[in-house]
Design a protein around this ligand. Structure first.
Ligand code: ADP
Ligand code: MG
Length: 321
């Protein structure tokens, strides 16, 4: 199968009517028409075999995840997806890999009305690079530099299950539980698009990002960009049932430093509390208030009594800068 046949068979589909796509796969460029008065939001993410996923990973889940991590970036900005491109390096034109990969990819693309509009295909070590295009109204973007001291800190869903899945798969000694209960949290993350757009349209919501490298580490990006610090109430963190069987150390490690969660971490003025809860309900995504931003730089982890937690301080000193 040649390159053009491969593209025609697996990656060429009619663009859905009514969307932003004027011209899709097949010409030198795709043509997109954003809604007048909107800004474009653009993001790329690359997945490399052996580095971001296991050699031999299930292709359908890979198709899902490759697009999900990109859509998650649009969600974190509050943007609505318009379309995406796919650059693919493949060791061979393998039907048994391409068909399920395309199935996983398009299932998620269709669920979010985000059509594939172009890309590039070449022979090489398996690498999946996607660029997503989205749009939002000027002033609505949830930027990392927009947090303010006094803001409340929120998280969507729950963190840590993807990290537990990785540990169970690697048989790390502290890991307990059934891989099947947490596997999808690692392999098939859910981009929080509806929530991101609802938050972007909510007055008083300031900064957001998607948690891909662990809650504390990613929070650090907001704090640095905004010049603020944070306090987190450890008992306010939503804990998945699968994590409650773990010892306290590994549980905190999963919750605070896990990675691959793709939940939205965001800040909002205290006066927006009801509106944030309502945005979560409209989006069908749980949101939890886990702390607040401070003028004092650094991250402080507080126990139930509001005291700085020594256990957490020991474990996570390297994050608190
Ligand atoms: P060019 O020579 O301009 O780079 P290509 O021959 O690489 O064009 O691609 C032909 C058409 O197929 C282009 O419209 C390109 O966007 C599209 N395309 C190539 N690879 C993919 C892919 N993996 N997924 C979707 N579209 C693709
Ligand atoms: Mg090309």
């Amino acid at each position: 199968m040649g390159e053009f046949e491969l593209i025609a068979r697996h990656f060429t589909r009619a663009a859905p009517p009514g969307g932003a796509v004027v011209l899709g796969v097949g010409d030198d460029c795709a043509l997109l028409q954003p809604t007048p008065g909107h800004q474009l939001a653009v993001s790329s993410d690359m997945l490399v075999e052996g580095r971001h996923f296991f050699a031999g990973a299930e292709p359908e889940a890979l198709g899902h995840k490759a697009l999900a991590v990109n859509l998650s970036d649009l969600a974190a900005m509050g943007a609505r997806p318009l379309g995406f491109t796919l650059a693919l390096a493949l060791p061979a034109a393998d039907e048994a890999w391409l068909a399920p990969f395309a199935r996983g990819l398009f299932a998620l693309a269709d669920a979010h009305a985000c059509p594939l509009v172009g890309g590039d295909t070449t022979r090489g070590p398996l690498t999946i690079s996607i660029t997503v295009f989205g749009e939002l109204l000027p002033g609505h973007a949830l930027r990392r530099d927009a947090a303010r001291a006094g803001d409340e800190l929120w998280i969507s869903g729950r963190t840590g299950e993807a990290r537990l899945a990785l540990a169970l798969r690697r048989r790390e000694p502290w890991a307990r539980g059934e891989l099947a209960t947490v596997q999808d949290r690692m392999d098939r993350p859910t981009p929080r698009l509806a929530l991101g757009q609802a938050l972007a349209a909510t007055a008083g919501v300031h900064a957001a990002l998607d948690v891909s490298d662990g809650l504390l580490g990613d929070l650090g990006h907001i704090l640095k960009a905004s010049g603020v610090g944070a306090e987190i109430g450890m008992n306010a963190l939503p804990v998945a049932p699968a994590l409650s069987a773990l010892d306290e150390g590994p549980r905190l490690d999963c919750l605070l430093a896990g990675g691959d969660d793709y939940e939205l971490l965001f800040t909002a003025d205290a006066s927006a509390r009801k509106a944030v809860l309502s945005a979560g309900r409209r989006a069908g995504t749980a949101v939890a208030r886990i702390g607040r931003l401070t003028r004092t730089p650094g991250i402080r982890l507080l126990d139930a009594a509001g005291r700085e937690s020594p256990l957490a301080a020991r474990g996570f000193d390297h994050f608190a800068n």
